[in-house]
Design a protein around this ligand. Sequence first.
Ligand code: FES
Length: 71
Amino acid sequence: MYVCICNAVTDSQIIEAQNNGHKTMSDIRRHLGVGNCCGRCVETAKEVIRQNSGVQKYMPKVFATDILQPA
Ligand code: FES
């Protein structure tokens, strides 16, 4: 899937770059040019990076004890 139309960069290229040591959006931007033109792809590129690094979006921790405490 194309992530960056301006520079014809795909999600596979981003993942390959990440797996080859370009770990941050800045590194990948310098390496592939993602986001260097209109910038509309930046959030999608960041999401590809997040998913490939196994980082989930912030989810607050809810403990069962918080829910089951008697009032
Ligand atoms: S779509 Fe990536 S810079 Fe325009």
